[in-house]
Design a protein around this ligand. Structure first.
Ligand SMILES: [Zn+2]
Length: 824
């Protein structure tokens, strides 16, 4: 896989871990020069990471040389993670980085709204109610005013053919925002920072079957061949876009390149009508910018005279263009084109600039060393005048004349002040969000990531013009296998606290031991560690003293907790007191080879759930793992004995040792063992065992899970608070050891369940009924039957989400399912 990753380098000029300085090769410089002479912007709008048409983005960036953006309403935090354990907010952090790596390859920019991906939504109405329509309109209007697209393109139509409620909502919002962005009465609070903007037109990037179902002939629409080949890159746009799409690894979206034509169709939704070209009638030249005649002339000349073997020859033209550009009034284009120009100048001059620290985690009130280096690998006459780093006491004046190939190296100390902001993902800073992230600073909204906390600026003089090269400060290390690696420098608290678990399960009357890890980020720290819990819970000891002499040390502390009150759940928090300063953050790092390593600082907390387990229940459980869930560990925490099976043969003799056999989520779709061993499992049930099967999809079943007719459908209930009816209240499974009542369906998260069967044999007894608003009742969420002497249970209820979240009612119901064979 690494080989593949480094290949990308050639195309995108950016490593998999962002490097402090990017250099373009001659082909890329040529493309950048064409782009400098093109002034136009296009914005693509959809709902999730992976919705974007990466071929479209690649084409408009590399073929049309336009400023190209992708606005995703969500960060994809409600999906499933195919590469690791992270869920929810942390999965959103991974998906955000995957999108940024995808954009590194296709060259587009990335934007997000504040919307949380709350899971599958059937209607745009539900989506907009949860997100807040005004907030979402504000976010997309904000991006339109900031990014100023000439053209907007939606991935989905507004008529619901995009199926997912988030999809349809993304198109509805884009069309409304298209009209609102130019209205100064809409979101006037934004006008402190941006001007109203009216895009020329908005299109839907239509797919043919949808057009056919709408009775539209695609030949009547504007079409573009996104599969064209680019000689400068040696690849077609669809080959590049496949690499981009492959970055969505947490969704398993590896894609192969296409080498033939790929026509896409565009149906106009609003705006001035166009017949043959999305950008019809839009001047994409420097004519758009008042007084830019001289800049335009210089840049056209640079493009025409560019020599692939000697890029430095056009530097005087580029430097003059840069100086002229600074005189223009149009701030939008001056900022964009200045940044593009600096990158080209740096590459033509063979400049390398670096600023690296010796550690990647820095904390307030601490001092750190930064090594700075600057070199030019060309004969260009260059003077390095000053170097400035954030948090450096004063600038360094150097006024050094550079000699080709000789690095100027200096080392400077910085001091991170007491009030420096932590540098975690900004949208997670406020914690407790529901369906929309809490972001106070308008200027952060739409940004894909938190900016680097430290920058270094190298001020130079080139042909009489002063030019700043500003780069982020990185931590750099050499890995014996991977070679040179860069990590973001982060500012984090002086010390961090992590619990050994997110959820502690207590049996009534039990005393539980809890382990807390404290890690120092700064040296010489003394203080106290306390756990915080509401009244009625006892913690022993009440605190620990800790003392760290060095940074990076970790100590382990054990507390005992129990309760005398009747509350079943509690939130456990931890706090450090260091000379009166209270710290309460934990530190989570996310490392995957395809994204930049991430640091997240959630509040140190864990949930406690107390369960009454006096009555007799099962002891030994066999868990047949499917696509992966955390239920086995949670059952072990309850004191049950659980053996997990992934590949081992499941013989009837083996299974006879267990009271219950559970199939994990999607086991009948993913665990090859089941294609041969299902007969043994049914034999085990016949002999008196209890089998619980969680949800599977019907498309790719390796074996029929059920001894009787059972048809799995796509029925799901996505409203986690949808009303539930108990249709068979007397059934033993709803009565032992717990009497299940409607209260047990309170506090569920994300959804009730999915892929419920919708047809079944008369032997099955349905126990529950539920449905999303406006739909017919679904009775297939929990089906039980006797089979031989045993019990067969099929359930699409999403226990795999509810149990890790500590939902009490879900535990009770699950323990009842486990106990199906006991009271008989
Ligand atoms: Zn989607």
């Amino acid at each position: 896989m690494l080989k593949r990753i480094f290949l990308l380098l050639l195309v995108s000029a950016s490593t998999i871990f962002s490097q402090p300085a990017e250099s373009l090769n001659s082909s890329e410089i040529k493309l950048a020069l064409k782009r400098l002479n093109t002034l136009g912007t296009v914005l693509y709008v959809a709902a999730h990471p992976d919705d974007e048409n990466t071929a479209f983005l690649t084409y408009f960036n590399y073929a049309e040389h336009l400023r190209t953006g992708y606005f995703a309403f969500t960060r994809g935090d409600g999906g499933q993670n195919l590469i690791g354990e992270e869920q929810g907010d942390l999965l959103g952090v991974i998906r955000t980085q995957e999108l940024l790596q995808a954009r590194n390859i296709d060259g587009a920019e990335q934007f997000f709204s504040r919307a949380v991906d709350f899971g599958y939504s059937k209607t745009p109405e539900e989506t907009l109610e949860k997100w807040g329509k005004e907030e979402m309109l504000s976010d997309i209007v904000w991006v339109i005013r900031k990014f100023r697209p000439d053209i907007i393109v939606t991935r989905f139509p507004t008529n619901g053919l995009g199926t997912h409620g988030h999809h349809t909502a993304s198109a509805i919002l884009a069309v409304e925002a298209f009209n609102l962005a130019s209205d100064s009465n809409a979101f006037p609070e934004q006008l402190k920072y941006v001007q109203p903007w009216h895009p020329k037109r908005i299109f839907w990037n239509a797919w043919t079957p949808a057009l056919t179902s709408m009775g539209i002939n695609s030949d009547t629409l504007i079409k573009i061949n996104l599969g064209e080949y680019n000689n400068l890159l040696g690849r077609s746009y669809t080959e590049i876009s496949a690499e981009s799409r492959t970055m969505h690894k947490s969704q398993g979206f590896g894609a192969s390149g296409r080498r033939e034509n790929l026509f896409n169709y565009f149906l106009q939704l609003e705006g001035e009508s166009a017949s043959s070209d999305l950008f019809e009638g839009i001047d994409l030249s420097w004519n758009r910018v008042k007084g830019s005649g001289k800049v335009s002339k210089l840049l056209m000349q640079a493009e025409a005279e560019f020599d692939f073997e000697n890029p430095v020859k056009v530097l005087p033209l580029l430097i003059e263009a840069y100086a002229e550009l600074q005189k223009l009034e149009d701030k939008y284009w001056v900022e964009i084109k200045s940044a593009e120009l600096i990158k080209v100048i740096k590459s033509c001059a063979g400049i390398w600039a670096e600023a690296v620290t010796e550690e990647n985690l820095l904390s307030p009130r601490s001092e750190s060393k930064v090594k700075l280096g600057f070199v030019t690998r060309s004969d260009v006459p260059l003077i390095l005048k000053t170097i400035h780093i954030d948090y450096q006491q004063k600038d360094s004046t150097l006024n050094s004349k550079l000699i080709k190939g000789e690095m100027i190296s200096v080392e400077r100390k910085i001091f991170i002040p007491q009030d420096a902001n932590y540098s975690q993902p900004y949208w997670l800073e406020e914690g407790n969000h529901k369906d929309i992230y809490l972001v106070k600073d308008q200027n952060l909204i739409s940004q894909p990531k938190t900016d680097y906390p430290l920058y270094a600026t190298f001020t130079t003089e080139l042909f009489g013009t002063e030019i700043d090269f500003r780069i982020p400060v990185f931590f750099r290390e050499n890995d014996p296998v991977e070679g040179e690696l860069y990590k973001r420098v982060e500012i984090v608290p002086e010390a961090v606290i992590n619990f050994d678990k997110d959820l502690y399960l207590l049996k009534n009357g039990e005393t539980k031991e809890i382990t807390v890890f404290v890690k120092s980020i700064k040296e010489n720290l003394d203080g106290k560690l306390r756990l915080l819990l509401e009244d009625g819970w006892n913690i022993s000891p009440s605190f620990y003293d800790f003392s760290f002499s060095e940074k990076g040390q970790e100590q382990e502390f054990k507390f005992k907790i129990n309760s005398t009150n009747s509350n079943v759940s509690a939130n456990l928090k931890a706090q450090l007191d260091i000379g009166g300063k209270k710290l309460s953050k934990s530190l989570v790092t996310i490392n995957y080879p395809h994204i930049q390593p991430q640091t997240v600082l959630p509040e140190a907390s864990a949930k406690i759930l107390k369960l009454d387990l006096q009555k007799k229940t099962v002891k030994k459980i066999a868990y047949i793992m499917g696509s992966g869930d955390k239920i086995p560990d949670l059952l072990k925490d309850l004191g049950l004995s659980v053996d997990v099976f992934t590949k081992e043969p499941l013989t009837t003799e083996l299974l006879q040792n267990y009271d219950v056999v559970i199939a994990g989520i999607r086991a009948y779709n993913t665990n090859q063992r089941l294609s041969t061993d299902q007969k043994n499992i049914l034999k085990y049930v016949e002999n008196g065992g209890t089998l619980i099967i969680q949800y599977n999809t019907s498309g790719d079943l390796l074996a029929d899970p059920s001894p009787y007719k059972l048809i799995i459908s796509r029925d799901r209930v996505t409203e986690e608070d949808s009303p539930v009816s108990i249709i068979n209240p007397g059934h033993p499974v709803l009565n032992y050891p717990y009497k299940i009542t409607l209260k047990d369906f309170d506090g569920w998260i994300q959804e009730r369940g999915l892929y419920f069967p919708n047809e079944w044999d008369a032997n099955f007894v349905p126990l529950l009924e539920m449905n999303d608003s406006g739909e017919t009742p679904k009775t297939g969420s929990l089906l039980v039957t006797k089979y031989g002497k045993g019990n067969f249970i099929y359930t699409g209820l999403s226990f795999f989400r509810q149990l890790p979240a500590g939902v009490e009612g879900a535990y009770k119901l699950f323990i009842n399912l486990l106990s199906a064979g006991i009271n008989e």
